[in-house]
Design a protein around this ligand. Structure first.
Ligand code: P71
Length: 467
């Protein structure tokens, strides 16, 4: 079992948690249409649904909130925020948005025209949804190992340059940009290396194609580079972050992840003309270009959070806590995506529930089973999240079908994590008792996993009650 260092913080304020009984949880899940997304958070004991916006802010961030300048235009807080992004991410033009998908909407509208093609290192649901809404086809050019849960390759977020070359050869003129992410969420929080990212930018730039980076977890990516690439082992994480952003043409950021905030985001661009167009769209969809849908205090909290996010003690403890959960599961024989990523541990659902067909959504079923067992909420990342092909209307079955346990930053203690490990290990041990998968009873057209409802395919329980 991997040990992790004591946290570089102590707790000043607490939020009570409520444990529930199995019978209570069965009713709650039934009411939620067998979709943990639709549970009330009060009915969840340990919530690993996401690490997005669920972070605990520091006393410094809370006091920064009090400095928020709520002027409609040109607020002081905007300039504090702009300066923090410039300093740590290295981009000149910083445009606030209310959260990541606000930025995705702006960037996609700005650059995509119907019939275009966007290559990227695996898809993220909201990113691809905005690309498709604007008429583009997404092409996954990530290395093959990213689709293999057992592969121990250190940089499973890398782009396969041969795949990218092939997309450029076929669609070169119709590629508005390459869409990169650091880390790759849907591959289990796997990092991209500085070398690979630099090569991708060189190749794209040779063809006049810009590269935009999703920096939601780029600090975690930088930390994993420090751990896994000997060439960067002695460099500060802040420097590696700048090296990752350096070759790219801009970024889209959800500040709800690395930046330790509860809401917010930004777009950053190097091209002044494009930045001016982006500001024009932000005015229409988000708010004025000096607040982008955020309150002044949110921008202050993000600025303080950015500085904390690149603190070596913080990022070491954060990633180590994730690794601790992963190693406890691995040691008990639970199949997880290897190597353990930056923000989550992913349980391989096709492997755990081999007896269920993909059409019965094994990862969604596993999410329900761990909620019933221990009040732990994870999220499906498989066929439900992948949605339907816009052209054929058929379900997409991505190679990876997993239950994601995402760990909020600075929120849970080791005893909480041990409870999660015990819950998942118990469900895995009794996996043969899970006799039924799930069937969709309702699905919305976009990002269906958030609102979809299900019923058990057979029977009235998952068949895992204790006798
Ligand atoms: C996560 C989320 C939240 C989420 C959003 C949409 C669908 C499913 C889950 C959000 C991300 C992300 C990356 C790499 C952009 C966004 C959107 N992640 N890029 O993992 O992980 O940012 O939520 O601030 O709009 O639970 P946003």
């Amino acid at each position: 079992m991997l040990e992790y260092p004591p946290e570089p913080w102590r707790i000043k304020m607490v939020e009570p948690l409520r444990a529930t009984t199995r019978a209570y949880r069965e009713q709650a899940l039934e009411d939620a249409g067998w979709n943990p997304c639709l549970l009330r958070s009060e009915d969840v004991y340990i919530d690993l649904f996401t690490d997005s916006g669920t972070n605990a802010m520091s006393d410094r961030q809370w006091s920064a909130l009090m400095r928020g300048d709520e002027a409609y235009a040109g607020a002081r807080s905007f300039y504090v925020f702009e300066q923090a992004v410039r300093e740590h991410y290295g981009y000149e033009h910083v445009i606030p948005v209310h959260q990541g998908r606000g930025g995705e909407n702006i960037l996609s509208r700005l650059l995509i025209r119907p019939g275009m093609h966007v290559p990227g290192n695996m898809y993220f649901p909201s990113t691809r949804a905005h690309q498709e809404l604007n008429g583009a086809t997404f092409h996954d050019v990530i290395v093959d190992d990213a689709h293999d849960p057992a592969s121990e390759r250190p940089f499973k977020g890398n782009v396969d340059l041969a795949k990218l070359r092939a997309v450029i050869a076929e669609h070169g003129d119709a590629i508005p940009y390459v869409s990169l992410a650091a880390t790759v969420n849907m591959a289990g929080g796997q990092p991209i290396s500085v070398d690979n990212l630099t090569e991708v930018c060189e190749l794209a730039h040779e063809h006049g194609i810009p590269v935009f980076l999703d920096t939601a977890r780029a600090v975690e990516n930088a930390w994993l580079i420090k751990q896994r690439d000997p060439g960067w082992a002695d460099r500060p994480v802040a420097e590696i972050l700048l090296a990752l952003c350096g070759p790219t043409d801009g970024a889209v950021m959800s500040a709800k992840k690395d930046s330790l905030a509860n809401i917010g985001g930004w777009i950053a661009l190097r091209d002044p003309a494009l930045a001016e167009q982006a500001r024009g769209l932000v005015l229409l969809f988000e708010g004025l270009h000096t607040y982008g849908g955020m309150a002044g205090r949110d921008m202050e909290a993000i600025a303080a959070g950015i500085a904390e996010s690149v603190d070596e003690d913080h990022i070491r403890a954060r990633v180590a806590q994730v690794a601790y959960l992963g190693s406890r599961l691995s040691d008990a024989g639970v199949p997880i995506i290897r190597p353990i990523g930056g923000h989550c541990v992913c349980v391989d659902a096709t492997e755990t529930l081999r007896h269920l067909p993909r059409a019965e959504f094994p990862a969604q079923t596993l999410a329900c089973a761990i909620y019933l067992e221990g009040g732990v909420r994870g999220v499906e990342r498989g066929a439900v999240s992948a949605g339907r092909d816009p052209a054929t209307g058929e379900n997409r079955y991505p190679p990876l079908e997993f239950l994601r346990l995402a760990i909020p930053r600075r929120v849970y203690t080791r005893a909480h994590i041990d409870h999660v490990a015990g819950t998942v290990i118990a469900v895995h041990r009794d996996r043969d008792r899970i006799r039924s998968g799930l069937t969709l009873t309702y699905e919305p057209p976009h990002l269906r996993f958030f609102q979809a409802r299900f019923k058990l395919t057979t029977g009235s329980s998952l068949g895992q009650e204790r006798s």
